[in-house]
Structures are given as structure tokens and as C-alpha cells.
Ligand binder design. Structure first.
Ligand code: PLP
Length: 344
């Protein structure tokens, strides 16, 4: 067996949802964002577990993800961030999806091709990425409000930095655009939940916090990755290891080669700063990360174990991300298809 073992703790995901839910008052619904295959962990498995835990509303990025999710979440609401795109009408009807309309064009499309079908509205409050602009909202809001949106939402650009003035600016803009409407509102993802009740409105939309990632620093870890050692060898001073001779031994060293690489989401950029763990003992990467292999200095170990741990109690997803100069979200969503996945 040479594939890495990826262990995904579904109870931890449910526990993270429950603790994020407990941060807002009872009248605030806590949804779950399971776009990008539940941040790489399988939207069908995670969706089923969260529906069983009481989640009644899910968010996905595109309609196809909603179609895949529908069979495992019963009659839960499934909102689609990208809205009602050309060609989506049939998927929206078949799977009972709720598009978040992002532009006048999408409003026209939805009202003509799916008249009477549920929809939500996504507003842009300064991120300039997705959502209706203030001017379009002004022109369309009475028509939209009459049709009864299931949700009016926006998204924060800087919620991972609670002190960033952008947060308050977006909060104020969202309030100016929506105060007084008779429909449910949502602004906060994981970071917004942590910023407190004024950001919660009627529904929160955590994603990464469910999966154990920052900015939810108190999350229960969800993912563990153990990678088998294929081979060990002694490397003498002045010998080199890996592509481009990127590492050269200065003393006699024992190098273990493990069966995972950048094709498994252990991105090349993490090379020089990353480490694997033998139990609690760190073992630095040496040389370049290859497509299927990583070389690790295990000279200081009395025994080389069968598996080294890449993600686990000693080094969470965000520590791995740090070594690669990226964020936990990217490490999670890059986790490879070759791992043997075990859901516990
Ligand atoms: C991804 C996303 C979320 C979830 O964000 P997290 O930071 O993962 O909690 C919520 N809302 C929107 C619009 C998103 O794109």
C-alpha cells in the first residue's frame, strides 16, 4: 500500500458546526458552505453528516455542485453563489436549487425562465467580486422585494482581520442597502461569525471553520494525513538529493523517501520550510518536492516509522499552509485524489 492515508473526522466537522452555531443567538440560523467538494473533503459525505446534525441550509459555488449534493441533504435549502447562469435553469429546477442573483442580467433570466421559483440576492458591499452593485440594487430592489427573496446576502473581504476598517465599512454599506427589508439577511462567513453579533443578521455561512481552518483558531482539527515511507538511504557528505541537486549533505544523513508529492496537494512551494512528523519529532524536508515523492531527513530518529505524518496533531492544515506561503483553504482544496480516504 503506497498511497497516503487521509483521515477525515466527520464528528469534528459536526462539532465545529455546533460550536460556530453556539456563537450566535438562537434566532440566527447557521448554514454550511460546502463548495469545492466541501473544501476538498467530499460534499456528499460532509453534506450527509451535517444534514443529520441538523443543518438546514447549504451553500455551493456552482449549480452542478448543488445537483450532486441534493440526494444526501433531503429537502434542505441549497443556495448557489454564482447565481442563475445561462444553461443552469434545468439544473436549478431538477435539484430545487436557489440561485443568488448577482446582476440585472441574472434577475431577468431567472424571472423569465424560472418565474415563481425561489431565489436569493447577493449584493456587492465593496469587495467588487460578486453581487449586485448599489445602483442596480436601487433600480431593482422593489421588484425583487415584491417577488420575495429567500435571502439577501453579501460577503466580507477582510473578515480574517477583525481590526481591518473594511469590515465596518461593509457592515455599514450592507445595512444601508438592506435595513428595513422584510426578508432574511446574511453577511458573515467564518471570520464574520467570530467578529460578533452585529455581523450575524439572520443567517451565518461558515465554510473553512467547519473544516478546522483559520480564522477559527479554536476549531477541532478535522484532517490527518499519514504518508508511507517507501525507502530509506544513507547519504554521505557532498552527495545531493533530488531534482536540481537542491540539497547537499554536510554530514552523513539518513534520508527517507515518502509516497506523496505536489500531485497530491503538497505543493512545491512548501519545500524548504516544511516538515513531516514521526510521532512528535519533526523531520525536515530536504531537496525539492517531486510530483509523487518527498525526501525527508530522518537521521535523528532511532527507528524510522512506516508512515510519517504530514498533517496531524503536531502540524495542522494552517501550519502546512504557512510553510508553503499560502492559506489553509488552498491546502484543503488541493488534497489529492490518490489518498486512501477514511471517514471516521
Ligand atoms: C466561501 C464563501 C463563504 C465561506 O467562507 P469561509 O471563510 O470559508 O467561512 C461564505 N460566503 C461566500 C460568499 C463565500 O464565497
Amino acid at each position: 500500500m503506497s498511497a497516503g492515508r487521509l483521515t477525515i473526522d466527520l464528528d469534528a466537522i459536526a462539532a465545529n458546526w455546533a460550536s460556530l452555531d453556539a456563537m450566535s443567538t438562537e434566532h440566527v440560523e447557521t448554514a454550511a458552505v460546502i463548495k469545492a467538494d466541501a473544501y476538498g473533503l467530499s460534499s456528499r459525505v460532509v453534506g450527509k453528516r451535517l444534514a443529520a446534525a441538523g443543518v438546514r441550509t447549504f451553500f455551493v459555488a456552482v449549480a452542478e455542485e448543488g445537483v450532486a449534493l441534493r440526494p444526501v441533504v433531503g429537502d434542505a435549502d441549497i443556495f448557489v453563489f454564482s447565481g442563475h447562469m445561462s444553461g443552469d435553469t434545468e439544473l436549478i429546477e431538477r435539484a430545487g436549487l436557489i440561485p443568488l442573483l448577482n446582476s440585472p442580467e441574472q434577475v431577468t433570466r431567472h424571472f423569465s425562465l424560472a418565474a415563481g421559483r425561489p431565489f436569493g440576492v447577493q449584493l456587492d458591499t465593496g469587495m467588487n467580486r460578486l453581487g449586485m452593485e448599489a445602483g442596480d440594487w436601487e433600480a431593482l430592489s422593489s421588484e425583487l422585494m415584491d417577488a420575495g427573496p429567500r435571502l439577501v446576502m453579501s460577503h466580507l473581504a477582510c473578515a480574517d482581520e477583525p481590526d481591518n476598517p473594511m469590515n465596518h465599512l461593509q457592515l455599514r454599506t450592507f445595512r444601508e442597502m438592506t435595513d428595513g427589508i422584510a426578508h432574511r439577511r446574511s453577511l458573515a462567513a467564518t471570520g464574520g461569525i467570530l467578529m460578533g453579533p452585529e455581523y450575524h443578521f439572520d443567517m451565518t455561512r461558515p465554510g473553512v471553520g467547519l473544516y478546522g481552518g483559520l480564522p477559527y483558531s479554536d476549531a477541532t482539527p478535522v484532517v490527518r494525513l499519514d504518508v508511507p515511507v517507501i525507502q530509506t538511504r544513507i547519504v554521505r557528505p557532498f552527495e545531493t538529493v533530488g531534482y536540481a541537486n537542491a540539497w547537499e549533505a554536510t554530514v552523513e544523513s539518513c534520508i527517507a523517501t515518502i509516497a506523496a508529492g505536489y500531485a497530491d496537494g503538497l505543493i512545491r512551494a512548501m519545500g524548504p520550510k516544511a516538515q513531516a512528523f514521526a510521532g512528535e519529532t519533526p523531520c525536515p524536508f530536504v531537496g525539492r518536492v517531486s510530483m509523487d515523492l518527498i525526501t525527508v531527513d530522518v537521521s535523528h530518529l532511532d527507528d524510522v516509522p512506516e508512515y510519517l505524518t504530514l498533517i496531524g496533531p503536531m502540524q495542522g492544515v494552517d501550519a502546512v499552509a504557512d510553510a508553503a506561503g499560502t492559506i489553509g483553504y488552498e491546502i484543503l482544496t488541493s488534497l489529492g485524489a490518490r489518498y486512501e480516504r477514511e471517514y471516521v
